[in-house]
Design a protein around this ligand. Structure first.
Ligand code: ATP
Length: 291
């Protein structure tokens, strides 16, 4: 069992990699046979990152129940929008539709005005990065794992990405630095270190659109702050969709969308939504009163 966002990540990262990831990718795609390029789909070279959800509805094929209803949302290029709401509200599902892990059942999603179904999957996914808690690492060196974000990256680019992600201090402490083998047969990285590695990968991949699945498991406060700081830096200048599980980390998002029962019921800045005394204000009061 994989959460949708794990699959998105695996697919996005493996799809353009050709043989390296081919087996896993076909295993994944086998479970979703409906997703394929349209005959007239085209790759897109440049993406600014304007995103529009135009009256999007979605049902999972397994149960046919509507998971999303009438989602209308415009996200400007470079904007950070955080989705909050109760478990099962539909936050992950909204984000899964953008790289077309699932196909919308109603409405359309547009990137820079183009329906995502008119873009080839490989091209679409090359413009989207996913950062999440459970990081996909393979048995190889730290350098190889970072370079997975961009296979032809130079050493200087890899080092710079590591610095941006504050992975350099981790690397310095490893026995062979960048050349240390990690994974099952090598050095085990901690949860926080793996996250930094995935952030380094994203700095290298440099996609205009990001999906951040916020960590739910406890990291120590210092690590969490450091990771939050690198995520904030990563999000700069990119259109960023945050799947938020805690409200504390998203107060600086440009906008917050409250999702409930498959609908977006409120959008606004943290301050606006608090003033409205609606669903967000109630979630906020509940979370910060220790309830
Ligand atoms: P959480 O905060 O717990 O991660 P969420 O807001 O991200 O929740 P989703 O995971 O998007 O919510 O789920 C929305 C609805 O879709 C829920 O009713 C969920 O049970 C259902 N759902 C999610 N994934 C699938 C799936 N792969 N197949 C069938 N139904 C699913």
């Amino acid at each position: 069992f994989m959460r949708p966002v794990d699959k998105i990540n695996a697919m996005i990262e493996l799809y353009p990699r050709g043989l390296a990831g081919f087996k896993s990718f076909t295993e994944l795609i086998d479970t979703e046979p409906d997703i394929a390029d349209r005959a007239d789909a085209k790759p897109v070279e440049m993406v600014l990152g304007d995103i529009v959800f135009d009256n999007v509805g979605f049902r999972y094929a397994v149960n046919g129940r509507p998971a999303l209803k009438e989602i209308c949302l415009s996200v400007r290029a470079g904007e950070t929008i955080a989705f909050v709401g109760p478990s099962g509200a539909g936050k992950t599902t909204i984000c899964s539709l953008l790289p077309r892990f699932y196909e919308v059942t109603d409405g359309a999603i547009l990137i820079d005005g183009t329906d995502v179904r008119d873009i080839t999957l490989a091209s679409l996914r090359s413009h989207i990065g996913v950062v999440q808690q459970d990081v996909f690492l393979f048995g190889g060196t730290v350098r190889e794992n970072i370079a997975y974000g961009k296979l032809n990256a130079s050493d200087a680019e890899i080092a710079e990405a590591a610095r941006h992600a504050r992975l350099d201090e981790v690397i310095e402490a490893l026995p062979q630095g960048m050349e240390t083998v990690i994974g099952e047969r090598g050095v085990k990285l901690s949860g926080g270190q793996k996250q930094r590695l995935s952030i380094a990968r994203m700095f290298l991949k440099n996609p205009p659109i990001l999906i951040l699945d916020e960590a739910t498991s406890a990291l120590d406060t210092a690590t969490e702050r450091a990771i939050q700081a690198s995520l904030d830096q990563l999000a700069k200048g990119r259109t960023t969709l945050v799947i938020a599980h805690r409200l504390a980390t998203i107060q600086n998002a440009d906008r917050i969308a409250v999702v409930e029962g498959g609908r977006i019921i409120e959008t606004g800045t943290h301050d606006d939504l608090l003033k409205e005394s609606g669903a967000y204000a109630r979630l906020h009061a509940a979370q910060f009163s220790g309830a």
